[in-house]
Design a protein around this ligand. Structure first.
Ligand SMILES: Nc1ncnc2c1ncn2[C@@H]1O[C@H](COP(=O)(O)O)[C@@H](OP(=O)(O)O)[C@H]1O
Ligand SMILES: [Mg+2]
Length: 697
């Protein structure tokens, strides 16, 4: 074979090999690509795996964030609700039982027209209005009432046609001896809002309410000393701080009831049209109507007097009856006031921690539970748990909830802190601190529902909780009821100093007066405790105890009397701050028709009763919605204090409040009217009736 042929052969072989290699290369490349694809797929899958893991993690975080957001939203909602409860004002809805809106008084024209003008009055706060008076309504409703209402007291007619003797027999010495409201009419003294010294404050408030009738119940005639003699300057001096029960005898005056004035008042009622028996019954009823605090129904019936003439029973009146109860009640209310003062300060310094809303959307605080637990514990310790029955506002439902654990802890600490101060108030602390179960038990023990018989305490631990959380007025109210009658009342008013103008903080601007600024040498402390015993004809005031001082009993109290002002133009009306709690339009209408000129004083809580008893205001009215039932703990203590200080408290129909029907003031006619004296009282009752009659025309 030639060299060329061998080379050709080799080239051919190499070419074949090359082709083989090329084809291998293609396969390899395909394999590589395939492997690459596989690799990519694996990477993607792993990335996806990672992504999935990330996504799961993110979802978890998101879930946590969402649930945090939900709980924050919920918290915000609760806070908003609470803030609204505390600072908001529910609109006055139409279900108040009041006819005034239909009266259509046009304040500009002086003719009948729209009633909405009254709403413009109430829309203004005392500070906003820039005036110190009711608007000058040109229609004289007052005059209208004088003519109209006498003939249209349907309820009185109903009372007058009742033959049942209520009080036994009333005999009058002569026909002039029926009524003495005039006695007080020319003794009006301007109200001093700023009273630098307590003795002066008293001098302006001591004009009497005069009535005395002879009551012949068991054949023995005796005098009922419900009139307080005009107090001489020397006697007034005795009422200063530090004076004790020296003025008791002063209630034994012998003013006569002026029959002429009585007939003027009930002008349309004709005595000749009824039998003499009816006449007698009407007079008896009238006495109840005008003097619901009369011993006829309050004191005279509370004691069995079979073996004694009633006169003896009444005059002896067991000076010491309820003495221990009164002393203990005053001491524990002092403890409670100090407790509340500390809690309120903490509350205002920090936030509304431990203010919670109850199931009925009303606020309740650590103070409400702590006061109830403290007072319940003291009463049980002192009188024996088996002898103590308490009707009180709080139960353990709210505080026993899981979410209230912090609140309960705070209550336990607050109660123990207060009990540690017991000796300052002449009371004994427990040997060891109380645990949560003992405290819950003390709160839960206040589960009496009241009623017509037996003895029970009535407690509103913090009345005016809204005022309390706003840094404003509130009261601790403790009363003792026996057989349906309030026999003792103690009202602690921790933010009610002698200076009356502090009553009306500008709560609407969320301003609070620093507690420390309320205590100055001439105010005698920033707060006070008022108390009265039924039938004593006396109501007393003590300053709260400052610093290291100890509570002295029975000293360091001064006698208080209602204001002597009976001229509506000089009188001050007190009413609830919350429009939801009382119809401001209606009270504005009544006030206008009676002739009030001053702006109403809007005050939280039973401090309003205290203001009447102290003579700082002359009228307190509350007209709640018809769906609302007044509770006994919101009135019991205040009513007896006002009455013993010389005032009159009835429902809007002129009847005494009935505390014998359980937790509620059952049978309450429309609203509550408390006045410093009969003259104003009868005018307001008359105005209510006139308003009803007008609305039914
Ligand atoms: N709708 C309503 N109408 C009338 N009174 C009401 C009311 N809701 C609550 N109250 C009562 O009014 C009291 C406060 O009175 P005032 O409005 O005169 O300050 C409250 O006392 P507490 O604060 O102890 O619950 C409560 O008992
Ligand atoms: Mg209350």
């Amino acid at each position: 074979m030639s060299e060329n042929a061998a080379r050709k052969e080799e080239i051919k072989k190499l070419t074949t090999e090359l082709d083989g290699l090329r084809s291998d290369n293609v396969v390899t490349n395909e394999k590589i690509e395939e492997m690459q694809r596989e690799h990519d797929m694996i990477s993607e899958m792993s990335a996806a795996e990672d992504a999935r893991a990330d996504a799961t993690e993110l979802r978890k975080v998101l879930g946590e964030k969402e649930s945090r957001r939900d709980s924050l939203e919920k918290e915000l909602e609760t806070l908003k609700k609470l803030a609204n409860i505390i600072w908001g004002e529910a609109d006055e809805s139409d279900d108040h039982i009041v006819p005034y809106p239909e009266i259509k008084t046009d304040i500009h024209q002086g003719t009948l027209g729209s009633s909405s003008k009254f709403d413009t009055i109430e829309g203004q706060s005392a500070s906003e209005s820039g005036t110190n008076s009711w608007p000058d309504l040109s229609l004289s409703s007052a005059a209208k009432i004088d003519q109209d209402f006498l003939g249209s007291f349907d309820d009185l007619d109903r009372i007058f046609s009742n033959d049942d003797p209520i009080f036994g027999y009333v005999s009058f010495e002569n026909s002039d001896a029926l009524w003495s409201s005039k006695d007080t009419s020319n003794s009006s003294v301007p109200l001093h809002l700023e009273t630098p010294n307590q003795a002066n404050a008293l001098r302006n408030r001591s004009e009497p309410l005069g009535i005395e009738v002879e009551y012949n119940a068991t054949g023995t005639t005796f005098n009922l000393g419900y009139s307080i003699d005009r107090i001489t300057p020397a006697e007034k001096e005795q009422q200063d701080f530090g004076q004790n029960n020296q003025l008791k005898a002063q209630k034994k005056s012998h003013d006569k009831i002026d029959g002429k004035a009585l007939q003027e008042f009930y002008g349309s009622w004709s005595p000749s049209s009824i039998t003499s028996g009816q006449f007698q019954n009407q007079l008896e009823t009238l006495l109840e109507f005008r003097f619901p605090f009369s011993p006829f129904n309050e004191v005279g019936t509370s004691e069995s007097s079979d073996s004694h003439p009633k006169s003896v029973t009444f005059l002896a009146m067991e000076e010491d009856k309820y003495a221990k109860e009164l002393e203990v009640a005053v001491r524990v209310v002092h403890v409670a006031c100090a407790l509340c003062g500390r809690v309120q300060e903490r509350l205002l310094e920090t936030s509304n921690d431990h203010v919670v809303s109850k199931d009925d959307d009303s606020p309740v605080t650590v103070a409400d539970f702590s006061v109830q637990a403290t007072i319940s514990w003291f009463l049980s310790e002192i009188f024996g748990v088996q002898n103590v029955s308490i009707v009180a506002e709080e139960d353990i439902q709210t505080i026993s909830k899981d979410e209230s654990a912090g609140l309960l802890e705070d209550v336990v600490n607050t109660v123990n802190e207060s009990l540690a101060f017991a000796s300052k108030y002449g009371l004994q602390s427990p040997e060891t601190t109380l645990g949560s179960s003992e405290i819950l038990e003390a709160i839960a023990r206040c589960n009496s529902t009241g009623g017509p018989s037996g003895r029970y305490w009535v407690l509103d631990p913090v009345d005016g909780t809204l005022g309390f959380v706003r840094g404003d007025q509130y009261a601790v109210a403790l009363a003792l009821i026996e057989d349906g009658k309030v026999v003792l009342g103690v009202l602690g008013c921790p933010n009610y100093p002698v200076k009356t103008e502090w009553l009306n903080y500008h709560y609407q601007h969320h301003q609070t007066t620093p507690q420390s600024s309320l205590t100055t040498p001439d105010t005698g402390g920033k707060g006070c405790v008022l108390y009265a015993k039924r039938g004593s004809g006396e109501a007393w005031l003590q300053s709260l105890i400052d610093g290291e001082k100890m509570l002295e009993w029975p000293n360091r109290a001064r006698l208080i009397r209602v204001s002597s002002i009976d001229d509506p133009a000089l009188a001050t009306l007190c009413e609830p701050v919350e429009r939801a709690n009382s119809n401001h339009s209606f009270t504005a209408g009544l006030a206008h028709s009676v002739g009030l000129k001053k702006q109403p004083l809007r005050v939280h809580s039973m401090v309003k009763y205290a203001a009447i008893a102290r003579g700082d205001a002359e009228i307190f009215m509350k007209f709640a919605k018809c769906s609302y039932k007044e509770k006994i703990w919101d009135h019991a203590a205040g009513v007896v204090i006002v009455e013993e200080a010389g005032g009159v408290v009835t429902d809007a129909g002129g009847r005494p409040l009935d505390f014998s029907k359980g937790m509620y003031l059952e049978g309450l006619d429309r609203g509550i009217i408390a006045c410093s004296g009969v003259t104003l009282h009868e005018k307001f009752i008359g105005a209510v009736y006139a308003s009803w009659d007008s609305s039914n025309l």
